[in-house]
Design a protein around this ligand. Structure first.
Ligand SMILES: *Cc1c(COP(=O)(O)O)cnc(C)c1O
Length: 414
């Protein structure tokens, strides 16, 4: 596709990507690329990521086609890999930042401050002052104390009231217990903002991360409509920003989610004049763009059971199993020096356990997983590992998981 090809060229020439080594993949060439990287890593068998920039182009194209009127602000916390952020910036994405450091990172890409929302409802005073100093003038709140801090340190900032969606029970990671004003808190908060001479420009919500119930968007958009109406009843300035948050996935549920969003916008905001609609997708852009490759560093055989140790785990990239309730899949790749058959197409499989490298028994990645017989120095590849993985890795037990290298490739965007 011509326009996707142009987008890819724009990414490859963008600041933050230009000058880095990016390998073109043939169709389905990711495994071949990983095998070639593995054969070069005979000495240092550290885990690594592969970031496919072609996937990022395809996802942006798919977003624009499905939700042309909804401007994406990528949620940086999901994966702050600098090349990935630079690619999104080159594709025209805006950004959802939750801290001073995230704002600094995004500004450092050359992104202007009007493409940033400080979407953290509870911010430290020093971070608010910083946002004011660099002109990040849009944020969220759900408490009176936040209004007071913003009045003192950033009175020019426009506000979005973050409301608790009616139901996020279908989400893998519900957020409702932590954020969002309750229905009975909306009026007092809007009045408090007005008393502080702050402008509430609109409403924001987050239906929860990894949502599977697309209908959650409908309930939340209906609730946002009610808040818009409440604001006009109170005689406040007309609201004109609707922030539908994150919760999107790039898998088969994306179509359901976007249909629910579109039909609900039509139902509750028909011909709303001058309305700006934004979203804060994190997982949608990050998940499928990254593949993790780990090395098998240990093995134990207990009759029929096979147990393996790999050099990344629950305290590293695979923290997503605990923190993000992720289910991961692994594909074995044989070390070229171990076997003449590098793709491991051996027939017999065994029920296998895969452990991470730390000495904590909790550091278990897979149990009862069918794998062929593998050897020390073989590799395990984990697809769809871009969301809430490296971003939350620690250095527990001296394994420096937050410093895993990322190799760049591009497949032809579809
Ligand atoms: C984490 C977060 C997001 C991103 O959520 P995803 O489910 O990854 O899309 C968006 N907005 C806010 C305020 C968040 O905290």
């Amino acid at each position: 596709m011509g326009s996707n090809h142009k987008s890819l060229q724009a990414i490859l020439g963008a600041p933050g990507v230009r000058g880095k080594r990016v390998t073109a993949l043939s169709k389905d060439g990711l495994t071949d690329f990983v095998l070639s990287m593995i054969s070069k890593k005979q000495e240092l068998k550290e885990p690594f990521y592969v970031l496919d920039l072609g996937v990022v182009v395809s996802l942006m194209e798919k977003w624009s086609r499905a939700l042309p009127l909804v401007r994406p602000f990528y949620a940086v916390k999901c994966n702050p890999d600098p090349t990935f952020l630079a690619a999104l910036a080159a594709l025209g994405s805006s950004f959802d930042c939750a801290s001073r450091t995230e704002i600094e990172t995004v500004l450092g890409l050359g992104v202007s401050s009007d493409r940033i929302i400080f979407a953290n409802p509870c911010k430290a005073e020093s971070h608010i002052k910083y946002a004011a100093s660099v002109g990040v003038n849009l944020t969220t709140f759900d408490s009176r104390d936040e209004i007071e801090k913003i009045r003192k340190y950033h009175p020019k900032c426009a506000l979005l009231i973050r409301v608790k969606p009616p139901d996020d029970s279908g989400a893998r990671c519900p957020l409702e217990s932590k954020y969002g004003a309750l229905p009975e808190e909306v009026i007092p908060l809007l009045q408090a903002a007005q008393d502080a001479r702050l402008t509430v420009s609109g409403v924001s919500f987050h239906i929860g991360s990894g949502a599977t119930l697309a209908q959650a968007y409908r309930g939340a958009i209906a609730e946002a409509r009610a808040v818009f109406d409440t604001a006009s009843r109170l005689g406040l300035p007309r609201m004109h920003v609707l922030n539908i948050g994150g919760g999107f996935t790039s898998g088969p549920h994306f179509g359901d989610a976007t249909s629910a969003v579109k039909s609900s916008l039509q139902a509750y905001f028909p011909k709303e004049h001058g309305l700006t609609i934004i979203a804060e997708p994190g997982r949608y852009f990050a998940e499928s763009a990254f593949t993790l490759v780990t090395n098998i560093i240990g093995k134990r055989v207990r009759s029929e059971l096979r147990e393996y140790w790999i050099n990344d785990g629950i305290y590293g990239s695979l923290n997503c199993i605990l923190n993000d309730h992720a289910t991961v899949t692994a594909k074995p790749l044989a070390d070229t020096s171990n076997s003449v058959n590098p793709t491991c197409r051996r027939v017999r499989t065994y029920s296998s356990t895969v452990f991470g490298p730390t000495c904590d028994a909790l550091d278990t990645v897979l149990t009862g997983y069918q794998l062929p017989e593998l050897q020390v120095n073989d590799w395990l590849m984990f697809p769809r590992m871009g969301a809430y993985t490296a971003a939350a890795a620690s250095n527990f037990n001296g394994f420096n998981m937050s410093a895993v290298t990322t190799h760049l490739v591009y497949s032809n965007p579809t």
